[in-house]
Design a protein. Sequence first.
Length: 469
Amino acid sequence: MSTVESTVNGGISFWYAQEGAPAPREPLPGDTTADVCIVGGGYTGLWTAYYLKKAVPFLNITVLEARFCGYGASGRNGGWLYNGIAGRDRYAKLHGHEAAVRLQQAMNATVAEVLDVCEVEEIDADQHRGGVLEVALSPAQLARLKAFHAAELAFGETDRELYGARATADRVRVTGAVGSSWTPHGARIHPVKLVKGLAATVEALGVTIHESTPVTEIKPKLAITPYGTVRAPYVLRCTEGFTASLAGQRRTWLPMNSSMIATEPLTDAQWESIGWDGRETLGDMAHAYMYAQRTADGRIALGGRGVPYRFGSRAATAANADRTEPRTIEDLREILVRFFPQLAGVRIEHAWAGVLGVPRDWCATVTLDRSTGLGWAGGYVGSGVATANLAARTLRDLIKEDSGQSGPTDLTALPWVNHKVRTWEPEPLRWLGVQTLYAAFRGADRREASGHTATTDRVAVLASKIAGR
């Protein structure tokens, strides 16, 4: 039996296969009112509800979720709670280096914030703070790694460490790794355990969650659903890769596809051969990069790009949106075996896919329009596990300031607040563009892997400039 034939494909994600789908919450029973209506029951929406309710307990907060909490990226991601944020370099150009440093420092602190809340609220998400290890496997990757490491130091991350081949192998024995960069600002989590625990916590605080309630349109002070309309002074859009399904939002954020696999549990002997005792989250410096974690039950969960984008931004709501293509499963398995050849015979138990939100300039944003009461956060470009928490605390502060309960804060002064992004090109231009760019990145990775130069592939440099990365 082939790898693909023996692999469970879809079913939302491996994380849900482990945990089981949550007990369904009731849909919206009809027209109602709230002080704050949050559209989207993923990390951003739930964290926003949490921080608003903790800050102002008397607020009437309603969360509307199309399926169930964590159905989207929050229940499908790679479990990287880390300090990366999309758009930092652009914010440095727009607002100055020190403003971007403040944004990075806020992200560094966010990793600890999430872990602290999990401890206080007794949320067991298999969290382990082992940091993030990003490895280089070619001369070109090593040159990028060193430049990346230097840039992180320049943005104030003085506790980051740079390793050569031997020190890298002391952490994780990735075959062919010639160097790595490690930051302590990262942790492994179980995505579904976090989102389930967070949903239960906000309900216990008195937040109302309605599931199976798709919002079809957001207007000032209105969230419109097939079951009724919620009227609220503040309506917050927290829909990330599903944003394109809302009326008028088709070109706001591109729903980029990402795919994952999970192995069967490894034996003690296999783990002994790999190392990875620190349980760092693991990535590389490829243009079409991978990401992985050592799960609490002894598997490797590994992800990367498959088919990056489907025509018309409709992938998130398609019937097979949680399935990944057989070719992608094999591609991800090849990465696994290239990193760890001793795992060539290991069975891939589960494969799945999901979408993340990508703005045209690849910059995550938090916005509150004080004239309409409409707010939104997202465009995390795959770094949303931690960024959603910082976004939520920022939305809390923006609402408190707008309603006269507080003044500006350090968070509301961060450069990503109220950043404006132009929309994506219409079809078929955006489909053609994304397919072409990712073909260019994959080709560049192949050429760099087989070459002996430390220079980044020229095609990849051009593709990154065109993409706005």
